[in-house]
Design a protein around this ligand. Structure first.
Ligand code: ATP
Ligand code: AMO
Length: 439
């Protein structure tokens, strides 16, 4: 390894006088004549390399002065505690090695002084990632998924992966990406839904999957991707209320982990994170309609899906009345939920389903599922789908399928709402949308 430390690992007091080697990018060179500063940036922060003309080998000084911004360097230096320098120390270099020179001009600014358009940043994502804000977002995304994995593993869930090349649709509303699978038509999977349910028949009892989902949404919005990352669970012998409790506790846990482990990233982003209190309030679909209709901007009748506008109206109302951002909408009309949602026994027009919302968007959908074979087959038919295509799925319901429930959360929506990021593309390394297929 070329480096001995990251910039953040240098303790100015304890390491004063020690020799270290840091490696990273040239953030900036400030040549003030008698003194020259090279600021080195690595993933964890920045360090100032100080070269005083009178006390520096002329060849070394010349190397430093000629460094092009964003070139890759390694610096072997002595640590010197210096209260005025960023991080409380500066580096007095013995050697500066230019590992790879960057061309000039750069495709975009990395200092945050000039704010580039999102498209420019995504076109040069490698360069955008060198900005503090972007690095902070992806560290938090990492910590989010780590917290999710820990939380679910600690609560008895088994980490699984299901196929992404499939033969059937699962989520009625959105369309499919067809692909050619040898001589057959296949699709990119919209959701691990059918597979996670089959695993309940297999007796795995509680499973989770973090993986890609593909949706051929034609629209261009700030909250839709064509390839998203879904966090899915399925749990046997549970109803919808049980899995809502798992969901709200997981979200609160994620927030608390981020607050604790990513304080510096939150600071870079200027986010003062409030861990949401559990339980999240629950309103019924009927109450949600009343809120929308009382508000007057839109008129919805029973059985309509909630539009983006109505989601905003309800979110604002809940925030105003209850002071919370996260809430559930429960008891949806069976007809507008997917075929696998379990209807209430006494009121079959209502289903044991829910959406978990954050002020301006849906974060998760879930439900208790139909575990009765004949009932499920009827629901598939009544939604105009061909049960034959679902044979592999229905089969699992004929030989001992336990009652079960589950949900899916979009990882990107979880992160963007946590950080107040406006556009979902900001929290995906290489987003796929209607226009974007590379990088
Ligand atoms: P699902 O309900 O399957 O998760 P969805 O896209 O319908 O997906 P949301 O993403 O929460 O659900 O969107 C909420 C509402 O926004 C939808 O009910 C719909 O009215 C509207 N909507 C959904 N997709 C789009 C889109 N691509 N462009 C504009 N509005 C959309
Ligand atoms: P649903 O279709 O609501 O439910 O998806 C679950 C969650 O996944 C996220 N999501 C998306 N994020 C970004 N771009 C998209 N195009 C996109 N589509 C979905 C959202 C959404 O709430 N099988 C069910 C889940 C279940 O019942 O277990 C399902 O897929 O955050």
């Amino acid at each position: 390894n070329l480096r001995t430390h990251y910039t953040s690992q240098i303790n100015p007091q304890a390491m004063n006088g020690a020799e270290v080697t840091l490696a990273g990018w040239v953030y900036e060179v400030r040549d003030l004549g008698g003194i020259c500063f090279v600021v080195l940036r690595d993933r964890e922060g920045r360090a100032q390399v100080t070269l005083v003309k009178k006390r520096t080998d002329p060849e070394l000084l010349e190397t430093a002065r000629k460094l092009m911004r964003e070139s890759v360097i390694a610096v072997t230096a002595t640590v010197k505690a210096e209260a005025k320098a960023p991080g409380g120390y500066e580096l007095i270099p013995k050697e500066i090695t230019l590992l790879n020179e960057a061309e000039s001009p750069l495709p975009m600014d990395t200092t945050g002084k000039v704010e580039a358009e999102l498209d420019t940043r995504l076109d040069s994502r490698f360069m955008d990632l060198r900005r503090d804000r972007t690095t902070a977002i992806f560290k938090i995304r990492h910590e989010t998924l780590r917290a999710v994995r820990n939380y679910l593993s600690d609560n008895g869930f088994i980490d699984v992966t299901s196929p992404k090349v499939v033969a059937t649709a699962t989520e009625g509303g959105t369309s499919l990406f067809p692909i050619t699978y040898f001589d057959r038509e296949a699709f990119l999977n919209q959701s691990p839904q059918l597979f996670k349910q089959i695993l309940m028949s297999g007796g795995l009892d509680r499973v989770f999957e973090i993986g890609p989902i593909f949706r051929a949404e034609e629209h261009d919005t700030r909250k839709h991707l064509n390839e998203a990352t879904s966090i899915d669970i399925e749990a046997s012998f549970c109803d919808h209320f049980d899995v809502m409790e798992i969901l709200e506790n997981m979200v609160a846990y994620v927030y608390s982990r981020i607050k604790e482990n990513e304080a510096r990233s939150l600071e870079v982003l200027g986010v003062d994170l409030q861990v949401p209190a559990v339980p999240f309030p629950k309103i019924t679909y009927d109450e949600a309609l009343e809120i929308v209709n009382a508000h007057g901007e839109e008129s919805l009748k029973w059985g309509d899906d909630l539009s983006t506008l109505s989601e905003n109206t309800i979110g604002a109302h809940v925030f105003k009345e209850m002071g919370v951002s996260h809430y559930f909408i429960i008891d949806w009309p069976t007809e507008i939920k997917p075929f696998y949602a379990m209807p209430y026994e006494d009121k079959p027009q209502l289903s044991k389903s829910f959406d978990m919302m954050h002020r301006t968007m849906e974060l998760s959908s879930g439900a208790q599922r139909i575990h009765i074979h004949d009932m499920l087959k009827k629901r598939i038919e009544s939604q105009g789908l061909d049960p034959e295509g679902f044979d592999f799925y229905l089969k699992a319901f004929r030989y001992g399928m336990p009652p079960h429930a589950g949900w899916g959360v979009g990882c990107e929506r979880l992160v963007m709402t946590m950080l107040g990021v406006e556009n979902i593309r900001d929290v995906v390394l290489f987003p796929r949308d209607r226009r974007r297929l590379s990088p």
